[in-house]
Design a protein around this ligand. Structure first.
Ligand code: PRP
Ligand code: MN
Ligand code: MG
Length: 184
């Protein structure tokens, strides 16, 4: 049995939608004239963000997914990311946008970016909905960020706590409580 917790709203669904509209305009400007933009979602956390983002993009888009898992060997600083599911399509010579839900230590997105860059895409850019710069272990900066957040335990809008709460329509902050509650 896990410790009871409640979820306080941190970023509303409305704020997320407004931010995505603005980000889509910037992405459109950056990739204007592309013959095809391959939008790559990192499973699983990005599935909600990528769904909303691509529907705001008025560009020729192909959607693909990659799944990576990070694991430690006991030393946090030497974290390695393993590819569990690779892209279906080829990206050589194509324009690529990697979509992530959150950057924490930075290991996942920086290693996946290096991995995909080795396939020689024409242009490769990265976007993350949330960024927690306070937790960074590697020097990585995404091209676009939705919101910079403090070092809080967040869930919702694709982000899980032990695989729960991904389906919340907003970003919430987990608050542990000793009182019994009906956690979602
Ligand atoms: C989470 C999150 C990012 C990554 C960020 O994924 O979705 O992908 O961790 O952490 P980092 O910057 O420290 O690497 P997780 O490994 O929990 O898998 P999930 O997306 O399937 O939930
Ligand atoms: Mn993830
Ligand atoms: Mg997770």
């Amino acid at each position: 049995m896990s410790r009871p917790y409640v979820i306080d709203q941190m970023i509303s669904a409305k704020s997320i939608a407004a931010r995505i509209e603005a980000l889509a305009r910037e992405i459109h400007a950056a990739f204007d004239g592309t013959d095809k933009l391959v939008v790559v979602g990192l499973l699983r956390g990005s599935f909600v963000f990528i769904a909303d983002l691509v529907r705001e993009l008025d560009l020729p888009v192909e959607v693909d997914f990659i799944e990576a898992s990070s694991y430690g060997d006991g030393m946090v600083s030497s974290r390695e990311v393993r590819i569990l599911k690779d892209l279906r399509g080829t990206i050589e010579g194509r324009d690529v946008l990697i979509v992530e839900d959150i950057i924490d230590t930075g290991h996942t997105l920086s290693q996946v970016t290096d991995y995909l860059r080795s396939r020689h895409p024409a242009r490769l850019k990265t976007i993350a909905l949330l960024d927690k710069p306070a937790r960074r272990e590697v020097d990585f900066k995404a091209d676009w960020i939705g919101f910079e957040i403090p070092d809080a335990f967040v869930v919702g809008y694709g982000i899980d706590f032990a695989q729960r709460n991904r389906n919340l329509p907003f970003i919430g902050q987990v608050r542990f409580t000793d009182k019994p509650v009906n956690a979602a």
